[in-house]
Write a protein that binds this ligand. Structure first.
Ligand code: NAD
Length: 297
């Protein structure tokens, strides 16, 4: 049994922490939302009063927060308050599973290194369904020793655990993956919408494409057309994975493309379409709601 502090219990962090409790770990949770904390307490986690309270004498700290500024705030603090890295025990392993920019990873890693702490960026893929089922894919960046140490805890939440490379490599793998995800979600939406506009049943069209060369994850497991399967599209596009978060991830990918002189025309187009969806006031909807921007040609 490992003593784990878990910070950030949203759509992903909630079920991830629940799986750690189910695996028999001693889990102390903190979130700004009391409701989110109480759901975990019902499953056997302990509610903490602050991130510092959660992390006191913890062997592992895990964070699952929206974006880089939240992660920097938690670990580095600011002019007014200390960060978690100032206070936790030096033998504590720190795993940030949020999807964030590489620059923040480097700043957090530098501070962790100054105190001799092991820190890994460990973003995930698979969505809420995989978080609930404990079948997430983890893409870790950091030292091999930290990665080996992290594996047993991560395996309670995921099935595929990769060491992508040094610090920040997990985030680069994640932004490559999510840029591709956005592109095939938009492409899948376009194909289904055009088929439906032409009089085809989207369920039958989906079945056909699943047995053809258009098969992909969005079509198979996260169909964006309402009524085809039990996916956010069939629940009024309740997230799931919000448009706001996909737009953030595409922004990270485009920034990385500029930095590395990579040509990503489809990634840029995907970012523009998700920004348009966000500006329409749909940031809190699931990202598969991108199909809605195809309503009117
Ligand atoms: P979410 O908005 O549902 O959850 C974030 C949680 O963090 C909320 O409960 C919020 O109250 C809490 N929080 C924010 N600031 C905090 C702070 N300072 N201290 C404590 N708690 C704080 O987001 P999510 O969908 O769970 O995503 C979390 C991360 O995982 C994001 O970086 C996202 O890009 C990534 N991600 C999401 C999915 C998905 O399908 N939702 C999949 C893969 C990766």
């Amino acid at each position: 049994m490992t003593t784990i502090a878990f910070i950030g219990l949203g759509n992903m962090g909630g079920p991830m922490a629940a799986n750690l409790v189910a695996a028999g770990h001693d889990v102390r949770v903190f979130d700004l939302s009391d409701t989110a904390m109480q759901s975990l307490v019902k499953l056997g986690a302990k509610a903490a009063k602050s991130p510092f309270d959660a992390a006191e004498n913890a062997q592992v700290v895990i964070s699952m927060l929206p974006a880089g500024q939240h992660v920097a705030g938690l670990y580095l603090g600011d002019d007014r308050a200390a960060g978690l890295l100032d206070t936790i025990n030096t033998d504590c392993l720190v795993l940030d599973c949020s999807t964030i920019d590489v620059d923040t990873v480097r700043r957090v890693q530098q501070k962790a290194g100054e105190r001799g702490l092991q820190f890994l960026d460990a973003p995930v893929s698979g969505g809420v369904a995989a978080a609930q089922a404990g079948t997430l894919t983890f893409m870790c960046g950091g030292e091999k020793t930290g990665f080996e140490q992290a594996k047993s805890v991560l395996s309670a939440m995921g099935q595929n655990i990769f060491h992508a490379g040094s610090h920040g490599a997990g985030q680069v793998a994640k932004m490559c993956n999510n840029m591709l995800l956005a592109i095939h979600m938009i492409g899948t939406s376009e194909a289904l919408k055009m088929g439906a506009n032409s009089g085809l049943d989207p369920s039958i069209l989906s079945e056909i494409m699943l047995k053809s060369s258009g098969r992909n994850w969005s079509l198979e497991l996260y169909n964006p057309y309402p009524g085809v399967m039990d996916s956010p599209a069939s629940r009024g596009y309740q997230p799931g994975f919000m448009v706001d978060l996909m737009t953030k991830d595409l922004g990270l990918a485009i920034a990385n493309a500029k930095e590395t002189n990579s040509k990503v025309p489809l990634g840029q187009h995907a970012e523009a379409l998700y920004r348009e969806k966000q500006l329409a006031g749909d940031g809190k909807k699931d990202f598969s709601s991108i199909l809605e921007i195809l309503e009117h040609a």
